[in-house]
Design a protein around this ligand. Structure first.
Ligand SMILES: Nc1ncnc2c1ncn2[C@@H]1O[C@H](COP(=O)(O)OP(=O)(O)O)[C@@H](O)[C@H]1O
Ligand SMILES: [Mg+2]
Length: 460
């Protein structure tokens, strides 16, 4: 059997606590009982002595007989002695040699009229309470002896009950500890096994979460970890598949056209220039793709450094619009910028320009005819920059995915347009890093609207 350590430790602690408490409690109860019995018997013996002393005073002849009868029917012995000689007076079956409890020192006190109380251990090993009262009128003193045997027996019985119930409680604690430690450690052992399996790469492994306490939370955290790892592994595989596909396509072009040129398989100088242009454009695209990939991976690892400052988004938007104005005009699109008064925002100027340019380039790329409008709007706690186009739009079911790496709505056609499929992934990541958001709304055939939002509250 596997020794489960946490159960063992917990059990040891509980048992040790139990032993300490039980011992302490046992000692206290024992003390309480023995002092109770002791006091009670002491009082009884003293009361009896007083009672018999007053009986002796009454000169009643029957009183001696009554005392004798009482003595016979109880575990009490009664003795009379002469006050001045200290000699015992025989009372019924009293034998002189029994009177070993008499101590010469008692007499002085009794003669002076003091009562007496002490404990006395007889030679046969029995112990007694001894109480004496002087009766000066009669020239005698009355001794009452009460055996402690019954008290000792009662105490012994109490002690054995205490031991018995202590043992019972201990056994109960043992069982309880076993059950509790099993309840506590079983999920731990399960979690340990599960994490080992996850570490080995079995990422479908899940821990059974049965409670909502710390242990349950730990289990849930392990499940989250496994789920994240699984997601990470899946997206990484997909990512590598995408990358190799993205890289292979331009390289195939490069290889093909380079071969055509080296083999001299062209008819005119014009055709040659055409092939060379394709090679040039493909290599441009390749280098942009690699650049974007590096950027994105740096952002995802949190390795890019942002130069945050208070900046005027309207100026930035105007500049960006000017930069792409030529491209829009070449495509016959009209590009409008609507100036507005807005508060400053706290952001990285260069990165914000990259965001706005990416969105503007998309708008131009995916709009065949019509208008692209760029607006700014001040919100209660943020500034919105809105880019609207009258392009082909994006189907509703594709909207959730367009911010993913390499995601394109029309796979081959978008490629023809020269995008890397990383633009919006970069936009999203940059906005997140600057504490802003990006949202999209679109209607296929009518147009698309991107809204980027930055808080005006500044650094937290
Ligand atoms: N303004 C837009 N109108 C229509 N579709 C768009 C628009 N912007 C982005 N998209 C779609 O989202 C996809 C992802 O965009 P992006 O990440 O910038 O990659 P790409 O390199 O293809 O431009 C694009 O391929 C396109 O299908
Ligand atoms: Mg793009």
């Amino acid at each position: 059997m596997r020794i489960n350590r946490i159960g063992l430790k917990l059990g040891a602690v509980i048992i040790a606590l139990f032993i300490i408490i039980l011992t302490f409690l046992g000692l206290v109860i024992d003390r309480v009982f023995s002092s109770f019995y002791h006091t009670k018997m002491k009082e009884d013996v003293q009361d009896l002595a007083t009672h018999f002393a007053s009986m002796a005073k009454s000169h009643d002849t029957s009183s001696e007989e009554m005392m004798q009868t009482y003595a016979d029917f109880s575990n009490v012995s009664i003795y009379l002695i002469h006050l001045n000689t200290g000699d015992p007076i025989s009372l019924g079956r009293l034998k002189i040699q029994d009177a070993e409890f008499l101590q010469p020192s008692d007499l002085a006190g009794l003669r002076a009229g003091h009562s007496l109380f002490r404990e006395f251990a007889a030679q046969d090993g029995e112990s007694y309470f001894v109480s004496a009262r002087p009766v000066p009128e009669e020239g005698i003193a009355i001794y009452v002896l009460s055996s402690m045997q019954s008290m000792d027996e009662s105490l012994r019985r109490v002690r054995s009950y205490l031991l018995l119930s202590g043992g019972g409680a201990f056994a109960l604690a043992l069982g309880f500890t076993y059950v509790v430690s099993q309840i506590l450690s079983r999920p731990m052992v399960q979690m340990e096994q599960a994490t080992r399996r996850i570490a080995k790469g079995e990422l479908e492994t899940r821990v059974e979460v049965r409670s909502s306490d710390e242990i349950g939370n730990l289990g849930a955290a392990i499940n989250d970890l496994a789920r994240d790892l699984q997601h990470y592994r899946d997206t990484r595989q997909e990512f590598f598949a995408n990358i190799s596909h993205e890289l292979r396509t331009p390289i195939t072009y490069l290889e093909g056209y380079a071969k055509v040129l080296t083999d001299g398989l062209y008819d005119s100088e014009e055709e040659k220039v055409q092939y060379l242009t394709i090679i040039y454009q493909e290599s441009l695209r390749l280098s942009r793709l690699i650049h974007d990939l590096f950027e994105l991976s740096k952002m995802e690892e949190g390795k890019i450094h942002l130069l945050m400052e208070w900046l005027d988004l309207s100026e930035l938007a105007e500049n960006s619009v000017q930069k792409v104005q030529l491209k829009a005009r070449e495509k016959g699109l009209s590009l409008h910028y609507e100036k507005a008064d807005i508060p400053l925002v706290y952001a990285d100027g260069l990165r914000m320009e990259q965001v706005v340019l990416n969105i503007l380039e998309n708008a131009i790329r995916y709009t065949e005819q019509g208008t692209i409008r760029v607006r700014l709007s001040a919100q209660p706690e943020s500034v919105h920059l809105i880019v609207e186009d009258t392009g082909r739009g994006i189907p509703q079911e594709e909207l959730p995915y367009i911010f993913e790496r390499f995601y394109r709505v029309e796979k081959s056609r978008s490629r023809e347009h020269g995008g890397s499929g990383l633009g919006l992934a970069i936009v999203k990541k940059l906005m997140e890093l600057q504490g802003g958001t990006v949202e999209v709304a679109s209607e296929p055939g009518a147009g698309t609207r991107f809204v980027i939002s930055l808080p005006t509250s500044g650094p937290a």
